[in-house]
Design a protein. Sequence first.
Length: 261
Amino acid sequence: MARYDLWQLITAEQLRVLPPVEVCQAFMRSKEEERKVRPDQSITFSHPTVGRSLPYSLKGLDGISVGDMVTVRALVYGDNAIQVQVPRYDGEPLLYRVEPAVNFDRFGQDADASEVGAEYKSTTATMAERAAQDMDAAAYPGMNAAEVKKARSKRETPFEGKLNSHGYLQEVEMPTYLQRTGSDIETPAHAGTAGSEMLDAVTAMLRIVEATGHSLEPEQYEFFMRRYADGVPEDQIDTVIAEYRTPVQQPMRAAGGLRAV
């Protein structure tokens, strides 16, 4: 089949005619632009085919919230349509095709807007807001938004108090270890005090005097009472008597009152 014969098979619905050359040149020169989502969930963009700024409503588009920065580019096809791109958590961008809001009354106001002094309309809930509402409904079943807010301010326990966040710890099985037997440490007789009767300082001193056959010197008595103020264990009295039975080596004195070296 000749080329021109094949061309004749194209129908009018299949044939797409390009915009004027000026518009095509504008698209070739245009680049991505960033816009900030306004409180009414809309942005403005100057489309090349119009040459003036137009409002675009982004209400109900998942992943777009008030204050977000979105990337905008003009589209060739459609009634002044634009492509809005917003980043997503997994790195893949969300793409939306949006046409300008043209539903205005003869005064240039949004015909779908609420009438001042007569009615009130809330903005469309975003995906994040809808997810928060679903979580509130699960945590506080049977409550409306106002009741949930009041319950949260009073710090009421969510999930009707049935949530046990640490319940899984009760199912943890700790490993069982074989018990190892040990051997007792042998200590000297004078180091052990458990089970020994305590002698008060006076009784212990009398036992020492009786065993040594002589009384203590004033210095020895003062030192003894200070050292054994809490008493002397019964099983250690023999050790103490041995200390006082051994005579203390006195230094020798030479003539003239000098100590011998």
